[in-house]
Write a protein that binds this ligand. Structure first.
Ligand code: ZN
Length: 171
């Protein structure tokens, strides 16, 4: 078990476009996935992307239900995820992020999508998602492109949030 420090925005790795995984099934990749899971459950959170622990690779984990009453842990691992389709229909959800503690904003995103991704050993999957899971996946995969949810809020609100984070964590 290896819990990693979760980076706080605007640390550099959170703003970089992450690289795709080329070699599947390696010990390094398995360790990265386990570190992500340990760190997500410890935080506690419902999703974590590799750049959030300082690793600029296209890997993320989620477990969107485990914090609900009576739910079991049931994680999913997403490697090199790619959106094949996003709905025109959108929905607004209040989002937060382990890399932006105590910050929340209503974010509008497509409410359904089709995804292709790989697992740790390189099997490829394709599936449709909707609702909270679709929102959570878009949030996590934004991290792989160096984006965070406050990139969708007004410039003024974003500046205020970044200022608060800098004051609290970097001064
Ligand atoms: Zn996040």
């Amino acid at each position: 078990m290896s819990i990693q420090r979760i980076l706080i925005y605007p640390e550099d790795c959170l703003k970089k476009v992450a690289q795709p995984i080329q070699d599947f099934g390696t010990d390094d990749l398995k360790t990265l996935v386990q570190d992500l899971l340990d760190s997500m459950y410890d935080a506690p959170g419902v999703g974590l992307a590799a750049p959030q622990i300082g690793v600029s690779l296209r890997v993320a984990v989620t477990d969107v239900n485990w914090r609900s009453e009576g739910a079991e842990k049931q994680h999913q691992v997403w490697i090199n995820p790619e959106f094949l389709w996003k709905s025109e229909k959108t929905e607004i959800t209040e989002e937060g992020c382990l890399s932006l503690p105590d910050m929340y904003a209503d974010i509008e995103r497509p409410s359904a999508l089709r995804l292709r991704w790989f697992d740790v050993v390189g099997n490829v999957f394709e599936e449709d998602f909707e609702g909270f899971q679709a929102v959570a996946l878009q949030h996590e995969f934004d991290h792989l492109d160096g984006k965070v949810f406050i990139d969708y809020v007004s410039a003024l609100k974003r500046r205020m949030m970044v200022k608060k984070l800098k004051k609290k964590y970097f001064s």
